[in-house]
Design a protein around this ligand. Structure first.
Ligand code: DGL
Length: 251
């Protein structure tokens, strides 16, 4: 492929984009961060489905050949529908993360932290059928990450401790970071779960899709956001030092 579209509610999608860029250096990518309507994970399915349809339409208008839903919440709420409604391939993160977790676990006990909406959807429990799955809702981390609170900040460690709750005592050997924002806090999460393999959903997707997506473009990335945000811009430039203008648009 030459050009694909990638969307999320904001910073989380940038972690997926980063993995995709490493896997497909020449693919052209149009990234949309719906920062004006984040967080997605506190809404019901119908609302997130509506947001996802808007994002997909926007990206389709940019002439992309495929869409990556770089968001677990939007994948859970809209992958089936978008696949039916669009005439281009649509990929979501959950199936690839689940496969990576199955490969990584040795004791079949897998933890998942995700947004409230993803946990409510039961998507990971279904995708990991046959394994012992311990899911915990962790939406407060999304707002902290979008607020620009760094992983080295003591508040990040405290918040991670709170959302992991009893998981450190549950003998899991694998934890799915079931929200694309959470790799930003991989360091404090890893400190709280020594020896546990962390699954980054974007990295799992990029590894699985790199041959399918290919390398047919010129390596260009265009950035769009539905709301100007300092934390979003800082993460764009941290992960892509050569990033050009971040275009702000209204729905
Ligand atoms: N990054 C998203 C996810 O993977 C959603 C975060 C949010 O907006 O709540 O679920």
């Amino acid at each position: 492929m030459k050009k694909i579209g990638v969307f999320d509610s904001g910073i989380g999608g940038l972690t997926v984009l980063h993995s995709l860029r490493a896997a497909c250096p020449l693919l052209d990518m149009v990234f949309l961060g719906d920062v004006g309507r984040m967080p997605y994970g506190v809404h019901d399915k119908e609302t997130v489905l509506g947001y996802s349809r808007d994002c997909a339409r926007f990206l389709r208008e940019q002439g992309v050949e495929a869409i990556v839903i770089a968001c677990n919440t939007a994948t859970a709420a809209s992958l089936t529908e978008l696949r039916q409604e669009l005439d281009i391939p649509v990929y979501g993160v959950i199936e690839f993360a689940a496969e990576a977790a199955k490969k990584a676990t040795k004791n079949s006990r897998i933890g998942v932290i995700a947004t409230d909406a993803t946990v409510r959807s039961g998507s990971y429990t279904r995708a990991l059928e046959g394994y012992t799955v311990l899911e915990r809702p962790a939406s407060p981390l999304v707002t902290m990450i979008e607020g620009g609170i760094a992983d080295s900040d003591a508040r990040a460690l405290e918040a991670c401790k709170a959302v992991l709750a009893d998981l450190p005592e549950q003998s899991i050997d694998t934890l799915v970071l079931g929200c694309t924002h959470f790799p930003v806090y991989a360091k404090p999460i890893g400190e709280l779960l020594p020896g546990v393999t962390l699954i980054d959903t974007g990295a799992a997707l990029a590894e699985a899709l790199k041959d399918t997506l290919g390398n047919g473009g010129s390596g260009k990335t265009e950035y769009y956001t539905s709301k100007a945000s300092e934390a979003f811009a800082a993460m764009v430039h941290r992960l892509d030092p050569n990033a050009g203008e971040i275009r702000v648009f209204g729905w």
